[in-house]
Design a protein around this ligand. Structure first.
Ligand SMILES: NC(=O)c1ccc[n+]([C@@H]2O[C@H](COP(=O)([O-])OP(=O)(O)OC[C@H]3O[C@@H](n4cnc5c(N)ncnc54)[C@H](OP(=O)(O)O)[C@@H]3O)[C@@H](O)[C@H]2O)c1
Length: 257
C-alpha cells in the first residue's frame, strides 16, 4: 500500500489530489489548517474509498507546525511514497500597499514550506530508491507579473524542482513542477481577485488538472503544464522578447494590479 502526503488538502487542487489518490488506492496524510474540514475529508475518503486517512493539522507558515510535518515525512518506519506540496496563496493589490507580514507568510508557504518538506522527504525516498514529489507552481511562474510576489515564488518552485529532478536522476526519486493556469478553486476568492473578465476557455477544472498531472508524472515529465491553452501560452511567452512579454502580461492578466 502506498501513502501520499498532500498539503492544502481541504480545498481546490489539493482536495482533488486527495480524492484521486484515494480512488487509486493510496493511503493519505492530509495537511491544512482547518481541523474540521480535515476531519470531514478524512471521513469522506474512508467511507467512499476505504482510505486510511491521517490528519495532520498545521499552519505551514509556523515553524513548529511545519517541523511536525517534516518529522512525519522523515519517519522511515512510515514512509511517504508521494509528497504533493500544494498549499499556497496569492494576493491582490500593489506590492507597496500589501501588509509586509502577508508577504512574508506568502514566501513562507509558497517557497520555504516547499523547500523544507522536500528536504525532509528526499533522504528517505533516496534510501528506499523510490518516491515522487509534486510541487505546485503556476503558469504565473513563467512570467514577470506586475505588483505581486506571487509569480516570483512560483518561478522559484519551478526552477528548484527542475534542478532537484536533475540531481536525483537515476535514484528512483522523481520531482515534478506542476504549473496550472487559472483553476476554479477557492484561491481567487481568498486572494480577493476579481476574475469575472476571464474568458471561460481559460478556466481549468481541478479534477481534470490532477488527472493530467499524474499522467505527466508517470511519463517522467519534470514540468507539467495542464491544458492545451496554457501549453500554448507558455510556448508563446518563450518566443517573444522580455520587454514585450512584460507589457502584454501587465495589461492582460486579470485581478492583479
Ligand atoms: N487556482 C488557481 O488558479 C491556481 C493556478 C496556479 C497555481 N495554483 C496553486 O495551486 C495550489 C493550490 O491552490 P488552490 O487553487 O487549490 O487554492 P485553494 O482552493 O485556496 O486551497 C488552498 C489550500 O491550502 C491550504 N492552506 C492555505 N494556507 C495554508 C497554511 N498557511 N498552512 C497550511 N495549509 C494552508 C488551505 O486550507 P486551510 O485554509 O484549511 O489551511 C487549502 O486547503 C497553490 O499553491 C496555488 O498557488 C493555483
Amino acid at each position: 500500500m502506498s501513502t501520499a502526503l498532500v498539503t492544502g488538502a481541504t480545498a481546490g487542487i489539493g482536495r482533488a489530489f486527495a480524492r484521486r489518490l484515494a480512488a487509486e488506492g493510496y493511503d493519505l496524510v492530509l495537511v491544512a489548517r482547518d481541523s474540521e474540514r480535515l476531519a470531514s475529508l478524512a471521513e469522506y475518503l474512508g467511507d467512499r474509498y476505504g482510505t486510511v486517512a491521517e490528519r495532520l493539522p498545521a499552519d505551514l507558515t509556523r515553524d513548529e507546525e511545519l517541523a511536525e510535518v517534516e518529522r512525519r515525512l522523515g519517519d522511515a518506519t512510515r514512509p511517504i511514497d508521494l509528497l504533493v506540496n500544494n498549499a499556497g496563496f496569492g494576493t491582490s493589490g500593489a506590492f507597496w500597499d500589501t501588509d509586509p507580514e502577508t508577504l512574508r507568510q506568502q514566501v513562507d508557504l509558497n517557497v520555504t514550506a516547499v523547500l523544507r518538506l522536500t528536504r525532509a522527504v528526499v533522504p528517505v525516498m533516496r534510501d528506499f530508491g523510490r518516491g515522487d514529489v509534486i510541487n505546485l507552481s503556476s503558469v504565473a511562474g513563467f512570467f514577470a507579473m506586475s505588483g505581486s510576489t506571487y509569480s516570483a515564488t512560483k518561478a522559484y518552485v519551478t526552477t528548484f524542482s527542475e534542478g532537484l529532478s536533475a540531481a536525483l536522476a537515476d535514484t528512483g526519486v522523481r520531482v515534478m513542477a506542476l504549473c496550472p493556469g487559472f483553476t476554479r478553486t477557492e484561491f481567487h476568492q481568498r486572494a480577493q481577485l476579481e476574475m469575472s473578465s476571464l474568458p471561460k476557455a481559460f478556466w481549468l477544472d481541478a479534477d481534470t488538472l490532477v488527472h493530467e498531472a499524474l499522467r505527466d508524472l508517470r511519463r517522467g515529465r519534470t514540468v507539467s503544464i495542464p491544458g492545451a491553452q496554457y501549453k500554448a501560452v507558455v510556448a508563446l511567452g518563450k518566443l517573444i522578447p522580455n520587454r514585450l512579454q512584460r507589457f502584454v502580461v501587465s495589461h492582460a492578466a486579470p485581478g492583479r494590479t
